[in-house]
Ligand binder design. Structure first.
Ligand SMILES: [Zn+2]
Length: 368
């Protein structure tokens, strides 16, 4: 049985260990200890991400095929730089003290995975061989999962416990993302005595940004210019502007069109003024799209229905480690742990939701 007070205690213990992205040393050591105590063969890669292998159990002496490896995944880093998080419980809901995030993203996912394994072990329930993967650096463009040696992974399907919404919410698709780095090179000149000798890089950038499609492009596609910096002084025509932006779509063709449109807007503005543009983009992660027929989705939906949680299939606007594993040939669905308002100081999670998330995961394991 999922043990509510043990689950909450595990969650609070994990919250007590600071782990902003890049500072996962302490929590990684603790998770290694916890997973080893559950009988896991734990391996930590150079970045600090963990892979633990736990063998299958037949349950009550029954024999039968042990099944294929099933991945259960979460991330151990928390967003931003918040330290010293002080969780508070009010009316069955866990909050921070309002000064920081809570870190339920994604420590609720880790706590749910640990409690589920404890529960099935304690009750001698059958389960497939489990591959627990806990990444570092998820909040910085999925760095830990990207750098993880996927050749070490044995599972060919999995669940990433890193979602919000009512229990039963299953993320079945997420976009591809292009990260953009743009520099406009103009020409310096004295702004008062000889402005005509200059090429104003800020003006070129402004015209380009004003001309390009941005924001919500269509239901599957978004784009943003997120940072801009440049210029040296009030009285100098600026010769350089640097920008960071992004484009996302759940359709790779639409993404290519959008990224090209942004590049073209810069190119055209630069040509009008005799400026030069460097436009670089990298694919940060790639889209996935599962349907109700895909086994990971079908099994999660069936398990949710058995427990009375209406399955809700959701298309996400953001990437997660599931994008990286999907690209490596491991289809993963993202399950809700009940976390809400993540990445803000209002972040919170209802204990009942966390318990139900573990019950759902346990139900999925029982079905193999
Ligand atoms: Zn997360």
């Amino acid at each position: 049985m999922i043990n509510e007070s043990r689950l909450v205690q595990t969650f609070l213990d994990l919250i007590a260990i600071d782990s902003p992205s890049g500072q996962e040393e302490a929590i990684g050591a603790e998770l290694t200890r916890l997973l080893a105590a559950l009988g896991g063969e734990v391996e930590r890669d150079e970045q600090g991400s963990l892979i633990a292998h736990l063998s299958a159990a037949q349950g009550d002496g029954q024999s039968g095929p042990s099944g294929d490896w099933l991945m259960l995944s979460a991330h151990m880093d928390t967003v931003g730089k918040d330290l010293g998080i002080k969780p508070q419980i009010r009316d069955g809901v866990i909050y921070s003290d309002g000064a920081t995030i809570l870190g339920g993203d994604d420590k609720s996912g880790i706590a749910v995975i640990l409690e589920t394994i404890r529960s099935v072990q304690e009750d001698g329930m059958p389960h497939p061989p489990l591959e627990v993967v806990i990444s570092v650096g998820e909040e910085v463009t999925l760095r830990g999962a990207r750098l993880l040696d996927k050749g070490k992974l044995r599972a060919r399907r999995g669940y990433v416990l890193d979602g919000g919404g009512p229990i039963g919410t299953i993320v079945t698709s997420a976009p591809s993302q292009d990260s953009l780095q743009i520099t406009v090179h103009g020409k310096k000149a004295h702004a008062g005595s000889e402005p005509e000798k200059g090429i104003n890089a800020i003006r070129v950038a402004s015209e380009a940004i004003a001309a390009m499609p941005l924001g919500r492009i269509d239901p599957e596609t978004t784009a943003n210019i997120g940072t801009i910096e440049g210029g040296v002084a009030r009285n100098i025509v600026p010769d350089e502007v640097r920008m960071q932006g992004e484009a996302r779509s759940r359709d790779n063709l639409k993404l290519a069109v959008q990224t090209a449109a942004m590049a073209t807007a810069f190119q055209e503005a630069a040509e009008r003024h005799g400026a030069r543009v460097e436009f670089k983009f990298t694919r940060s992660y790639s889209t996935y799209n599962w349907t109700e027929e895909d086994p990971i989705v079908a099994q999660a939906m069936a398990a949710a229905r058995r427990l009375g949680f209406p399955p809700v299939l959701e298309a996400s606007g953001g990437g997660s480690d599931a994008n990286i594993y999907a690209e490596a040939g491991i289809p993963c669905a993202v399950l809700s742990t009940g976390m809400e308002d993540v990445h803000t100081s209002q972040e919170h999670i209802a204990i009942a939701d966390m318990v139900n998330s573990a019950r759902l995961l346990q139900e999925i394991l029982l079905a193999g």
